[in-house]
Design a protein around this ligand. Structure first.
Ligand code: FES
Length: 137
């Protein structure tokens, strides 16, 4: 079972925002897409560009570098069925978001999807650290 690490206050990740979280050796891109949270490896499996700076269309993250597309729910590539990025389970408890450190094809708990447009741009400025890497669910 995955160890869930408390990464951030959900108020700091409103709908349409993303964050890059560094946990140990991993960098994980966390998205709030229409009120649901999704976490994938930040490093694009093509040439390593930060997926956390990509844009989202229809629950697909588009790499900012060469625009390869990965499904947020499964990590699957739309260009190459044999290629995928890792996805991580996300949970919420109270106001906080937790990421499970073992990869998992399941996705987030979140609020009901909103009626925001399906194409959103995500811009993040800094890489963040977990609030408390030792606190687990
Ligand atoms: S680095 Fe992501 S598509 Fe090339």
């Amino acid at each position: 079972m995955a160890k869930f690490v408390k990464v951030m206050d959900s108020e700091d990740l409103p709908i349409g925002k993303s964050a890059i979280i560094r946990i140990g050796e991993k960098e994980i891109a966390l998205f709030n897409y229409k009120g649901k949270y999704y976490a994938v490896d930040n490093k694009c499996p093509h040439k390593g560009a930060p997926l956390g700076e990509g844009r989202i269309e229809e629950c697909i993250v588009i790499c900012p570098n060469h625009e390869w597309r990965f499904k947020l729910e499964t990590g699957g590539s739309l260009q190459n069925p044999e290629l995928r990025t890792n996805v991580y389970p996300v949970r919420t408890k109270g106001n906080f978001i937790y990421i499970g450190l073992e990869t998992d094809s399941r996705t987030a708990f979140g609020k009901d999807p909103s009626k925001l447009p399906s194409s959103l741009n995500f811009n993040i400025s800094t890489v963040q650290q977990p609030i408390n890497p030792d606190e687990t669910l």
